[in-house]
Write a protein that binds this ligand. Structure first.
Ligand SMILES: Nc1ncnc2c1ncn2[C@@H]1O[C@H](COP(=O)(O)OP(=O)(O)OP(=O)(O)O)[C@@H](O)[C@H]1O
Ligand SMILES: [Mg+2]
Length: 244
């Protein structure tokens, strides 16, 4: 196992991912520094979700390398990557609909040792502080939450596991502006919890506003990369992704 620069929490080199013949991700290279927030934007079918799945081990890669804290993880099974601190909140959320909000949140901490029980309950209260809507609904079955509330629950549950790197796939999808605002407020400040963020978003202007750097994917390739602020004011980005 090759040791890479450990100031990066994640290093992706020349990564390719195929689906029987379709090249969904083609030679993607980028890195995430500790406590950095990076946005990945791109049109439908650009390969964003595929890239996220490959990073967490839910889709095998066809070429290239992935390093987490300097260690190669390309062959590490998905459950081990979660143990190491990489958590994905997928498109479509995947909460347990027949459990309550509180039960879902506590399940998010399943990897934390029993000796941390007190801290787990402190984390629970912290989620209720970050997402007051969840507190009001702590005993409600998760399946009866609104779409936006379920998205909040999925993010809060991920935070219960104290990840080092959080991957979010379209957290704003289908949500009313007020809920999007609440969720993004939490994300903007996520590094205060010592969490690095990789954020896939269709809402490019919002994603570029709360991140430091961004990557633009097109047909599986990185076509632009740079400071989020610069991309926000870039004419090509504005026309293609910001609807300006
Ligand atoms: N399971 C699969 N089998 C075959 N092809 C797939 C599969 N999943 C995705 N693809 C293809 O891979 C390409 C990238 O898809 P992906 O879901 O990664 O895009 P995306 O950028 O997340 O798009 P969106 O913004 O619509 O979510 C698409 O052409 C898609 O049709
Ligand atoms: Mg997608």
């Amino acid at each position: 196992m090759v040791k890479k620069d450990t100031s990066n929490i994640l290093t992706v080199e020349n990564l390719s991912v195929n689906y029987s013949g379709i090249k969904a991700v083609r030679g993607v290279t980028f890195s995430v520094k500790k406590n950095q927030k990076i946005a990945i934007i791109g049109a439908n079918g650009a390969g964003k979700t595929t890239l996220m799945k490959a990073l967490v081990g839910l889709k095998e890669i066809s070429g290239g390398a992935i390093y987490f804290n300097g260690q190669s993880i390309a062959m590490t099974p998905a459950f081990k990557r979660v143990e190491q601190g990489i958590t994905l909140v997928p498109e479509g959320r995947g909460i347990f609909s027949r459990l309550t909000v509180e039960e879902n949140l506590l399940l998010g901490a399943y990897l934390r040792p029993n000796s941390e029980l007190k801290e787990v309950y402190e984390s629970l209260e912290n989620q209720f502080y970050l997402f007051p809507r969840l507190k009001e609904r702590r005993n409600q079955l998760a399946g009866t939450l609104s779409g936006g509330e379920q998205q909040m629950l999925a993010i809060a549950r991920a935070l219960m596991g104290k990840p080092k790197l959080l991957l979010l796939d379209e957290p704003s999808m289908g949500l009313a502006p007020i809920l999007v605002e609440q969720i993004f407020k939490v994300l903007e400040d996520i590094t205060s919890q010592d969490i690095s963020l990789l954020l896939v978003e269709q809402n490019a202007s919002l994603a570029l506003t709360i991140t430091e750097e961004a990557i633009v994917l097109d047909l599986g390739k990185v076509v632009m990369q740079g400071h989020s602020k610069q991309l926000l004011s870039d004419k090509k980005v504005q026309e293609a992704y910001l609807g300006i």
